[in-house]
Ligand binder design. Structure first.
Ligand SMILES: Cc1ncc(COP(=O)(O)O)c(C=O)c1O
Length: 381
């Protein structure tokens, strides 16, 4: 296998000590070893979520946790507001619609986030709204929402606030309890530096009150089942044990490095990528600095560069794997993931490889520019 630089916004590279956890001997998921594993992992997760609320690990990708956050708290016909800044916000809206909720979308222009004023206006126009779904970090467009501004707009009304933190948890600060966020969902394979296959969800006391009244059908996703099982140190159904071993280790790593340090590191990585890419004078960023994500950067190439062909060359020649555009951005952009177990050295290799490919395509006087700009960011720390 040639060396690979997995610079996509998930799954992300997994450190060796985390990978090795997956080769442990299998254990009884109803026995004491698993009870220890699930309770330790859940407690570590709560620290990363910054919450004292209930937290459950689900055997499913992030979308499973999204679905769980819909079916546990609402009834058919309930009105919900969904922020749609890209593909994953739209996915939330579609899950809500699939279960017969009355969905009101807030959809800012592509590459922009949702402002508190706009949310306020939509909620004033829809006073019967029961809950608001927002994507903390919209992976398809690289837009991060300012939850410190948005959460109070929702919580003032005493309704549920539900956050998709799949591509932000661990990398971008998310103070769940301080912001009074009722439900947060995330997944193992992004900033948490673990393999794919499990997701997690937090549930506030208010969300449990909603649960008692909710009439949507549920079985696998029924969080009361998860709560009862967790009290006994188990899960209702057979869990992805190797992934939970791995997640426990990766959470230990992140917390021993320090969560706040991890946020700072992602600010530095994001800044290095944005400065590096724009210094070439060839590319535009989809998102301006106000909403720019520190975990993923979408880049718009000039018309003469096909982003998918460029990605193919990067992969074949240098083993650098970038992501393409999704939804309406398919074929129009490329995205650089810089979350989780990604180091400055990975960013430098990525930018340098892009420079070489561009020079081969005939672009002059770009050599070293992106790398130098990123180096400056790393030198400043
Ligand atoms: C913001 C966001 N939400 C939800 C998902 C869906 O997660 P999964 O692919 O694990 O189901 C993703 C995956 O990329 C994501 O980035």
């Amino acid at each position: 296998m040639p060396k690979t630089y997995l610079m996509i916004p998930g799954p992300t590279p997994v450190p060796n000590d985390v990978l090795r956890e997956m080769s442990r001997e299998m254990i009884n998921h109803r026995g004491p070893d698993f009870a220890k594993l699930i309770s330790e992992t859940t407690e570590l997760l709560k620290k990363v979520f910054k919450t004292n609320n209930d937290c459950f690990i689900l055997t499913a990708s992030g979308t499973g946790a999204m679905e769980a956050s819909v079916v546990n708290f609402f009834s058919p016909g309930d009105k919900v507001v969904v922020g749609v800044c890209g593909v994953f916000g739209e996915r939330y809206a579609q899950i809500c619609s699939a279960y017969g909720l009355n969905v009101v979308r807030i959809k800012p222009p592509l590459g922009k986030g949702i402002e508190a004023n706009d949310l306020e206006k939509v909620l004033e126009e829809n006073p019967e709204t029961k809950g608001v779904f927002l994507t903390h970090n919209e992976t398809s467009t690289g837009v991060t929402l300012d939850l410190k501004e948005l959460a109070p707009v929702v919580k003032r009304r005493g309704i549920l606030l539900l956050i998709d933190a799949v591509s932000s948890l661990g990398a971008i600060d998310l103070p769940t309890d301080e912001l009074n966020i009722d439900v947060v969902v995330s997944a193992s394979q992004k900033a948490l530096e673990a393999p794919p296959g499990i997701s997690m969800i937090t549930v506030s006391p208010l969300a449990w009150e909603y649960y008692e009244k909710a009439k949507l059908p549920k079985f696998y996703w029924d969080l009361k089942k998860a709560k009862k099982s967790l009290e006994k140190g188990a899960t209702p159904f057979t869990p992805a044990i190797p992934q939970i071993f791995a997640l426990r280790k990766s959470l230990e790593n992140i917390l021993s490095r320090g969560l706040e340090n991890n946020f700072k590191r992602h600010i530095m990585l994001g800044s290095a990528v944005r400065k590096g890419i724009t210094s070439l004078g060839i590319f535009k960023l989809l998102v301006d600095e106000r909403y720019a994500s520190n975990t993923v950067t979408p880049v718009i190439p000039p018309p003469e560069i096909n982003p998918d062909e460029m990605r193919k060359k990067l992969r074949q020649e240098f083993g650098v794997v970038l992501a393409g555009g999704q939804g309406e951005l398919e074929g129009k952009i490329f995205r650089i993931g810089h979350l989780g177990y990604i180091e400055p050295s990975d960013i430098l290799v990525t930018l340098s490889s892009i420079e070489i490919i561009l020079e081969r395509m005939g672009y002059n006087e770009i050599r070293g520019k992106a790398v130098e700009s990123a180096e400056k960011v790393f030198l400043e720390g």
